[in-house]
Design a binder for this molecule. Structure first.
Ligand code: FMN
Ligand code: SF4
Length: 337
C-alpha cells in the first residue's frame, strides 16, 4: 500500500515522505529581489514541519522581468549568498529544496530566435547558480500563464521558427531549457517542471496538448512533473468532498509516462491523499494553502491528529502581507492586543 509517509528516492536522493510544498510566492523578498530573514524563517518552519520537498515561490531568472511585488530574483551571482543561508536552514531538518525558476511575463511572438535562445540560457545559468547556492534542484515554471506556459499554448504562441508550429515545436523551449540545465549542473541535480494541464480558454492548451508536452519532457529526462492549470487555487474545497481537482489529468499523465507525477490542487485530508496515492500511479502530492494555514500540518498528522487541513480555501492569503493566512494573521494581531 502506498501512503504519504513512504520514503522514496528521486534521482538517487532520499525523500522522507511523499509530500511537497507547492511553489508559493510569499512576497517577502527585499527591494532588489534578495532573500530576507523572514523568508528563510518561513522555509525553515516548513522543513521543521517535515515537508519532504520544498519548492520555493517563483523566482525570476532575467533582470528586466515584470514585477510581482516582493518576488525573488536570481539573475545574478550576487544573489547566491542569501540563498545559501536559505538552503542551509532547510537542510538542517532533512528536507530537500528546489528553486522554482521562472519568467513572470514577456512577449512570445515578437522575440527573435536568438532572443529565445538567450532565455533558454538564462534558465540554465540560474540553475547552475542554484546548485552553487545549495539547492537540490530546480522546478521549471510552465504553468498559470506565467511566461513559459504561454510558449506551450496554441492560443498565445504563433511563432513560425522552430519554437512554434506543432505542440512539439511549442514545447521546444522547455526541452532546450532542460538540456541547458543538465549541461550546467551535476548528475544528481533534480530538474522538475510544473505545467498547465489546460489553459481553460477556448483555443488554448488542452489535456491532449499537455500530454504531448509532458511525454516529450519525460523522454528528454525530466525528473518529475507537477501538473496544474490556469484555475490554480480553486475556492470552496471541502475535505472528503471535492479534493484533488486536477486528479483526472494527473492520472492520464501517470498512465502515459514512467516519470513521477506530482498531484497538486485542493488536497486537504490525509484520508483522501492516501486514497489517491494508493489507487493511482501518482507518486507525490503537493500542497500550498494547507501549509500556509499550518506549516506543521504533516507533523501534526504524523503525531496522530488526523483532522483535515484547517484551510477553508478562501484565497485571502493572495492579498495579505507576506501572503500569510488571514486566520493566523488575526490570531497574531489578537495576541498583541
Ligand atoms: C499565495 C499563493 C502564492 C502562490 N504562488 C505560486 C508560485 O509562485 N508558483 C506556482 O507555481 N504556484 C503558486 N501558487 C499555486 C500553488 O502552488 C498551488 O498550485 C495552488 O494553490 C493549489 O494548491 P492548494 O490547493 O494546495 O493551495 C500560489 C498559491 C498561493 C495561495
Ligand atoms: S487565507 Fe488561510 S484559510 Fe484562506 S486560503 Fe489562505 S491559507 Fe487557506
Amino acid at each position: 500500500m502506498k501512503t504519504l509517509f513512504d520514503k522514496t528516492t528521486l534521482r538517487g536522493m532520499e525523500l522522507k515522505n511523499r509530500v511537497w510544498r507547492s511553489a508559493t510566492w510569499m512576497a517577502l523578498a527585499d527591494e532588489e529581489g534578495g532573500v530576507t530573514n523572514e523568508l528563510i524563517r518561513a522555509y525553515e518552519e516548513l522543513a521543521e514541519g517535515n515537508v519532504a520537498v520544498i519548492v520555493t515561490g517563483l523566482t525570476s531568472v532575467v533582470k528586466n522581468d515584470a514585477e510581482i511585488g516582493g518576488g525573488v530574483k536570481f539573475y545574478d551571482d550576487r544573489f547566491v549568498e542569501g540563498h545559501r543561508r536559505l538552503t542551509d536552514a532547510v537542510h538542517k531538518h532533512g528536507s530537500k529544496v528546489m528553486m522554482q525558476t521562472a519568467i513572470v511575463d514577456g512577449p512570445v511572438d515578437e522575440l527573435t530566435t536568438e532572443q529565445v535562445e538567450d532565455i533558454v540560457r538564462a534558465f540554465g545559468d540560474a540553475a547552475s547558480r542554484a546548485e552553487r547556492a545549495g539547492y537540490d534542484g530546480v522546478q521549471i515554471h510552465a504553468a498559470h500563464f506565467f511566461y513559459l506556459s504561454k510558449f506551450i499554448s496554441p492560443l498565445l504562441n504563433h511563432r513560425t521558427d522552430r519554437y512554434g508550429g506543432t505542440q512539439r515545436d511549442r514545447t521546444r523551449i522547455l526541452y532546450e531549457i532542460l538540456k541547458d540545465i543538465r549541461s550546467k549542473t551535476s548528475a544528481d541535480f533534480l530538474i522538475t517542471m510544473k505545467v498547465n494541464s489546460t489553459d481553460e480558454y477556448p483555443g488554448g492548451l488542452t489535456v491532449q496538448d499537455f500530454l504531448v508536452t509532458s511525454k516529450l519532457m519525460a523522454d528528454a529526462g525530466i525528473d518529475a512533473i507537477e501538473m496544474s492549470a490556469n484555475g490554480t487555487s480553486r475556492m470552496g474545497i471541502k475535505a472528503g468532498k471535492n479534493e484533488g481537482y486536477f486528479r483526472a489529468a494527473a492520472m492520464s499523465l501517470a498512465a502515459l509516462v514512467d516519470v513521477p507525477v506530482v498531484l497538486v490542487g485542493g488536497l486537504r485530508s490525509m484520508e483522501k491523499i492516501n486514497q489517491f496515492l494508493d489507487e493511482t500511479k501518482i507518486a507525490y502530492v503537493s500542497l500550498s494553502r494547507p501549509l500556509i494555514r499550518e506549516p506543521h500540518l504533516l507533523k501534526r498528522w504524523q503525531e496522530g491528529d488526523d483532522a483535515p487541513s484547517a484551510c477553508v480555501s478562501c484565497n485571502t492569503c493572495y492579498r495579505t502581507p507576506g501572503h500569510q493566512c488571514i486566520f493566523n494573521l488575526r490570531e497574531r494581531q489578537n495576541q498583541k492586543l
